[in-house]
Design a protein. Structure first.
Length: 133
């Protein structure tokens, strides 16, 4: 599999909270949009480090480079910076989004039924900052 796109798909306001949506598009090894099931992924909201860690297993190529990724997230109200690494041993692509503030995160895998395989990430402002431990 490959990562063929990362796009900001919208900004919404719901119940007074601002939200941003981002879509990560999967392709086959040659970069053609993939219409099967998304590959295995793990997305972790690390509140202690104030970041989102995205691990895309079996994604061994990408049409999006680190500079383009940083540009995509540069106007975000929530993301301070973005970095991407490739792990040739685990055959994965890893993305870290360093956050400006606490967020709520919702992730949806869209695949099957002839749809393009993609992950949709919604970042929403938290209503209340989490208490320190």
């Amino acid at each position: 599999l490959s990562l063929i796109s990362v796009q900001k798909s919208g900004i919404t306001k719901s119940a007074g909270a601002k939200a941003e949506s981002y879509v990560l598009g999967y392709g086959d090894a040659t970069g053609v949009p993939f219409k099967g099931r998304t590959g295995f992924f793990h997305i972790h909201l690390d509140r202690a480090a104030n970041r989102i860690v995205i691990d895309l297993h079996d994604v061994q190529g990408t049409a999006v480079n680190s500079t383009e990724l940083a540009k995509i997230f540069s106007a975000s109200a929530f993301v301070l910076s973005a970095e991407m690494t490739m792990d040739p041993i685990d055959h994965s692509t890893n993305i870290i989004l360093h956050l400006k503030r606490s967020v709520e995160l919702r992730v949806l895998a869209q695949d099957g039924d002839g749809h393009k395989s993609q992950l949709v990430m919604d970042l929403r402002a938290t209503q209340k900052e989490p208490e320190s431990e």
